[in-house]
Design a protein around this ligand. Structure first.
Ligand SMILES: NC(=O)c1ccc[n+]([C@@H]2O[C@H](COP(=O)([O-])OP(=O)(O)OC[C@H]3O[C@@H](n4cnc5c(N)ncnc54)[C@H](O)[C@@H]3O)[C@@H](O)[C@H]2O)c1
Length: 443
């Protein structure tokens, strides 16, 4: 008996074949910290990749082989661009010629801590205009559980374009850790969950061509929740250790020594470290996507709210420590000069999104303090009311400042010289752990 294939089976088969042969034309929407490394990885695996971004300067830069993401070297990018494996455009009509589309657009919070889904909605509306049968779409932006099914699917599905039949839809959380040289896009295991089992199978097949390990899960909601569990776990543990740091400060116990000793326990303990507050596009933001969603289901995410409060208090704690340290030197905070070492939210990267340094600068300026900073990765930062602060050369300014605060422990800082030349140092990162000096005040 001759069995004829159904139309959906034909789409699945032809897409699978193209993916296996690496002839599938890959599209990445949103070419930031997440999208560009992903585009590079698929281009390196032999696929022809088209990146789509609204920001023309990023598109132009990529087409000239210039990387705007620190983890991607321009030489590496230029090679892929020159060989025709990677191009960028701001024109969504390119989607008409693509077989796969990964959505990597921002998912910030509104001031009210509600999710701002406008970037995903806008990207989906643009994609929808050009979506055609036989396409695999994967959302990678971190979001609340239910987004793929409740928001993305209705935006893309049409009577002649049904999910699991004519097109395929998955969620796959992005776990990239900017600045991490050991774990990159390629060797971080990739979780993927589809709207239907066929969607999951195609999503897993796609990632397995370019990435080392793929973990399939049973639904888009599970995949969405995986990311939120990971980041909520970090945020709450950082909140706990920040609260411990405040307690230890009051009791005059060295929190860093406590953590190091606790970390000698070979099981059941994982060290987290205190600091000036949370930063970046993920840890301070993602858990609130979850608490917003659970609130709708009548559940209050109390751990998240509490950790958010404690972490949000850390810049205030740092400013109080500066004030007390200056006081011990007979100086009021008002009219003092405080110099910050580092404004990026973590070491050796250039990202200042949600950086606690911005809160510290704001709080110090509100109290009448003159603030300067040094950061080899961040030439300028936008502060209150859009004013721009420019990085200072740290050589002379460290000696002039009444207090120097290590906010970001960049590897390139010369800590020995810093301690030698400054009058007073507040270390919020345990960066000068190995130094002993009456000038040093630790968090
Ligand atoms: N940065 C990280 O470390 C990280 C890690 C894991 C997950 N994530 C998640 O990945 C997503 C992207 O984050 P990111 O850090 O890459 O953001 P980003 O701001 O660096 O990049 C997003 C890009 O999307 C572009 N864009 C915005 N709207 C668009 C649209 N409608 N069409 C096309 N392009 C559009 C922007 O111009 C920008 O270049 C977010 O949901 C974030 O939470 C980020």
């Amino acid at each position: 008996m001759l069995l004829t294939k159904t139309e959906p089976e034909v789409w699945v088969e032809s897409l699978s074949e193209k993916i296996r042969a690496r002839s599938a034309r890959v599209g990445i929407v949103g070419l930031g910290y997440v999208g560009l490394p992903l585009a590079v990885e698929f281009a390196k695996a032999g696929f022809t990749v088209t990146g789509i971004d609204l920001q023309q300067s990023k598109v132009d830069g990529i087409n000239l082989g210039r990387s705007h993401v620190a983890d991607i070297r321009s030489e590496e990018l230029a090679e892929l661009v020159e060989s025709g494996k990677l191009t960028a455009t701001s024109d969504f009509s390119a989607i008409a010629h693509l077989d796969t589309i990964n959505i990597c657009v921002p998912t910030p919070l509104r001031k009210t801590k509600d999710p701002d889904m406008s970037y995903i909605v806008s990207a989906c509306n643009q994609i929808s205009q050009h979506l055609h049968p036989g396409t695999l779409v994967i959302l990678e932006s971190t979001t609340y559980p239910g987004t793929t099914d409740e928001l993305v699917l209705p935006a893309l599905q049409k009577p002649n374009l049904r999910v699991g039949e004519e097109f395929f839809l998955c969620f796959s959380p992005e776990r990239v850790d900017p600045g991490n040289a050991q774990y990159r896009t390629r060797n971080i295991p990739k979780v993927v969950g589809g709207v239907t089992p066929e969607c999951t199978r195609l999503g897993a097949l796609f990632y397995s061509q370019a990435l080392e390990t793929v973990v399939s899960v049973s639904s888009t909601q599970v995949a969405e929740m995986v990311k939120l569990l990971e980041n909520t776990f970090r945020m709450i543990n950082i909140g706990l250790v920040n609260e411990m740091a405040v307690m230890c400060d009051r009791m005059k116990i060295n929190i860093w020594e406590v953590i190091d000793a606790a970390a000698t326990k070979p099981f059941g303990f994982m060290p987290f470290y205190p600091g000036p507050g949370l930063g970046g596009h993920c840890i301070p933001v993602d858990p609130f996507y979850l608490s917003w969603k659970t609130r709708q289901a009548g559940i209050e995410a109390r751990f998240i709210e509490l950790a958010g409060y404690i972490n949000g208090q850390m810049p205030h704690f740092v400013v109080d420590k500066i004030q007390n340290a200056l006081n011990d030197h007979g100086k009021p905070l008002r009219n003092s000069h405080v110099h910050l070492m580092g404004v990026a939210y973590k070491k050796d990267i250039d990202d200042v999104r949600e950086s606690p340094a911005l809160d510290i600068i704001h709080l110090l300026r509100c109290r009448g303090t003159r603030v300067t900073y040094t950061d080899p990765f961040v030439p300028s930062v936008r502060i209150d009311d859009g004013e721009r602060l420019f990085a200072a050369d740290d050589h002379g300014i460290v000696a002039e400042a009444d207090c120097v605060v290590i906010v970001t422990d960049h590897s390139g800082f010369n800590y020995a010289k810093l301690i030698e030349t400054s009058r007073l140092v507040l270390d919020t990162r345990n960066a000068v752990k190995s130094f002993s000096s009456p000038k040093i005040v630790r968090l």
